[in-house]
Design a protein around this ligand. Structure first.
Ligand code: HEC
Length: 123
């Protein structure tokens, strides 16, 4: 039945169009913000806390995980520096994540770290 085959093809095409529309840039932005929170919760919160307030040192005598609720800290670091810390780590206590995160994920993580600043003025 050639008629019904044509219908199926048309239906298939519209599903593809719907999927393409759903992955357009507008949605991507939202997904990044959400994934920054998820990535932080899964990978960073065990040391830095869910609310970014830091926590006890990972080992006796080691430095405390940075408190991201400290407004002054945000003024002392550029986004690029935060990104490099995630990639390269810091000292013996902050692990280097290397290539674990994509560029987009790094940006989402930096944005999430910035969102803890209590006096944040940017968007
Ligand atoms: C095993 C515990 C641990 C984990 C997991 C961890 N951190 Fe850290 N982080 C630390 C410690 C400890 C410091 C302080 C290091 C120092 O000052 O020498 C720190 C410092 C930092 C700093 C500040 C560096 C600076 O410029 O002073 C940033 C930014 C940071 N961490 C981001 C992250 C992010 C984002 C994640 C998750 C991807 C993460 N950390 C995961 C322990 C951790």
């Amino acid at each position: 039945m050639p008629r019904s085959i044509r219908w199926e093809a048309a239906l298939g095409a519209s599903v593809v169009i719907a999927v393409l529309a759903a992955t357009s840039s507008g949605c991507e932005k939202k997904a990044d913000a959400a994934s920054g929170r998820d990535l932080f919760a899964n990978t960073c919160a065990r040391c830095h806390g869910m609310e970014g307030a830091g926590g006890p040192p990972a080992f006796a005598g080691g430095p405390s995980p940075r408190n991201f609720r400290d407004h002054a800290f945000h003024g002392e670091r550029t986004d690029e520096q935060l990104k490099l810390t995630i990639v390269n780590g810091k000292g013996a206590a902050m692990p280097a994540f290397g290539t674990m995160f994509s560029e987009a994920q790094l940006q989402a993580l930096v944005a999430h770290v910035r969102s803890f600043d209590p006096q944040r003025t940017g968007p």
